[in-house]
Design a binder for this molecule. Sequence first.
Ligand code: ZN
Ligand code: ZN
Length: 368
Amino acid sequence: MKLSEEYQQRLARVQAQLGHGAADLLVVAPTHNMRYLLGFTPKYDERFCALLVGRDAVRLVVPHLNAGQVESHTGLQALRWTDESGPDHALIQALDELGVEQSTTLAVDDTMQARHLLLLQEMARPQRTVTGDALLASLRMRKSALEIEALARAAAQADRALLAGVDACRPGVSEREVAEAIVQSFRRDGAEQVDFTIVGSGPNGAFPHHHSGGRTLRVGDTIIIDIGATLDGYKSDITRVVHLGEPDPEVLEIYELVRTANERGRAAVRPGVTASAVDRATREPIDAAGYGDRFFHRTGHGLGIEEHEPPWISATSDTVLEPGMVFSIEPGIYLPGKFGVRVEDIVVVTEEGVRCLTGLGHELIVKQ
Ligand code: ZN
Ligand code: ZN
């Protein structure tokens, strides 16, 4: 068995970047980046564990107790070290085999533990150490067809869980009970992990990151439901709004503004435009109606093996959109003491424009 073609391609893209002079060697710890490059991450504890990517070859240095597991998941052979021997010898062997010289530029995983970075610097004696973040982010932002399909499956699962949440919204039911119905749906549907369930009813909806609590729903409540889970290693994220009983004109006005902002944002997405242009297009209808200061967060964030990852869809992001980028469009308006509204979709940039992975409609969900 060897590394599947998908992961070979990902490593080849890193190596191409190294070939273009990004660095001589990239060292990745057992983080999301390792999961991205190998499809598997062993437990990251105090023991040194790293994937070393050189221009023409890769080496894995793994503590003996995890080596069998890593090899069986990745098909790669690991250079093992034991608790008795320590990692120095295995690491030196890896560096030797990759032909790393002391004049190198070493790029490292941002969240590598400091003690591991220091060991690496002591052994490799690089001339320069830089962050590998930009290199990895530029690759991870552009999703492969396989990743987009995984994100689409995750989005469809979140659609179903959201409907289960809508179903559970009734007068007298607590936010926590609605959240529980959503968790149950995700679990029944095979989610690896439920990452978050925000159910913000009435005034609680005015806090974008409200923790679902004991407040019971009542007629007249506007309820924000923002949820996400992990399926096959990929994240979902969706927000919809439910109203119990006939909504008053203010709720309808605010909802319509946010719905329009979401629509404008999605319509602005295509290859070649900047992320800040999408942010601007999303904000425009809300600003024009005088609620600009009530929309106090960025328009969106990238989504993949992490819940929040580049590209950032914000006023200051000069990232130029490319096919394969996946991110959220999630404008909101929050009225303290009253209610909040947010409408969030996950979209992917295509050659022609945009595909929305979120499948639910955008109308206010009114329950009588
Ligand atoms: Zn969300
Ligand atoms: Zn989001």
